[in-house]
Design a protein around this ligand. Structure first.
Ligand code: ADP
Ligand code: TMP
Length: 265
């Protein structure tokens, strides 16, 4: 089956599948400056060991990510976002990815509660920043400073640049989401280098990759989590939660660049 991406001008054709991951498929296009990303409906937990199709999740994550990338670009933070297509497809700038998962935590939740004697929901000021080596086979292990130096993934200067941009990203998103009564508890970011050597935020910004607590619900309400914890904890209602996040973000009035529509032939 031939897939064709119709841009306003010129027409853009889909190239080979470059990578199929747990949540997205990455394709080359006939424009060497653009990749096309298809957001899948698959929900995964425990490093992919638990999987489930959740109809509608992919397009929602694509829409939410497009708006949040737009927000960051408007705040002067470089991202890979180049335009949203219809139905769960996005255009991005190809990057040389840095194999690190940068996790920022504004409150204690998730794995931190299993690893430190800390109260659930405790505010972390300044936000806690941890680096993990992105490698599914190894289970994305935590990196100490010494381990990072051993792997030689980034220079000390690049690490400072990366951590600074990660903190600025967290701060911009935390402030904006707070305006729509969403508490950004934590998030995972990925970065890469473009052809000119510019560091850019990549991947996605969605409730798959962050924890969002609904400030309109009481702390002990099971409806408070509007993120993938609903799947991780078997709470159900994942798509309704993501729809709620998407609806609230509309209030911010962001207008992601549209890349045109996609047709299949
Ligand atoms: P995973 O591979 O971790 O299962 P996904 O299903 O989200 O994750 O697949 C998307 C892949 O594309 C990830 O490996 C991510 O690092 C990579 N990626 C994201 N943005 C870009 C980009 N702009 N250029 C190149 N690779 C990217
Ligand atoms: P954690 O509490 O499980 O360590 O997760 C912290 C944040 O990072 C949470 O918002 C979920 C996100 N995350 C990912 O997006 N991908 C991952 O592989 C992991 C482990 C966490």
């Amino acid at each position: 089956m031939l897939h064709v991406l119709m841009m306003d001008t010129p027409a853009l054709a889909l190239g080979p599948l470059l990578h199929e991951g747990k949540a997205k498929r990455l394709y080359a296009t006939t424009d060497s400056q653009l990749y096309a990303v298809e957001f899948k409906d698959m929900a995964t937990a425990s490093n992919g060991r638990r999987q489930c199709q959740v109809p509608g999740k992919g397009p929602l994550n694509c829409q939410i990510s497009s708006q949040l990338f737009t927000l960051l670009e408007q705040a002067g933070l470089p991202t890979h976002f180049r335009g949203v297509l219809d139905n769960g497809w996005m255009l991005v700038q190809p990057l040389r990815m840095i194999p690190l998962e940068v996790v920022l935590r504004n409150r204690a939740a998730g794995s931190l509660l299993r690893q430190l004697p800390i109260l659930a929901g405790q505010q972390l000021e300044p936000p806690l920043l941890d680096l993990y080596f992105k490698d599914d086979g190894l289970g994305d292990p935590f990196l100490s400073e010494a381990r990072l130096a051993t792997l030689n993934i980034v220079t000390p200067q690049q690490r400072i640049q990366l951590e600074t941009m990660a903190r600025q990203t967290n701060s911009a998103l935390h402030g904006a989401l707070n305006r729509i009564d969403l508490d950004l508890v934590d998030l995972k970011l990925e970065f890469g280098w473009d052809a000119s050597g510019q560091l850019r935020l990549a991947d996605e910004l969605s409730p798959d990759n962050c924890r969002l607590w609904d400030q309109r619900q009481s702390p002990d309400s099971p409806g408070r989590s509007l993120d993938k914890d609903r799947f991780r904890q078997g709470l159900g209602g994942l798509v309704d939660a993501y729809k709620e996040v998407n609806q609230r973000i509309q209030v911010l009035g962001l207008k992601p660049q549209h890349g045109g529509s996609r047709v299949k032939s």
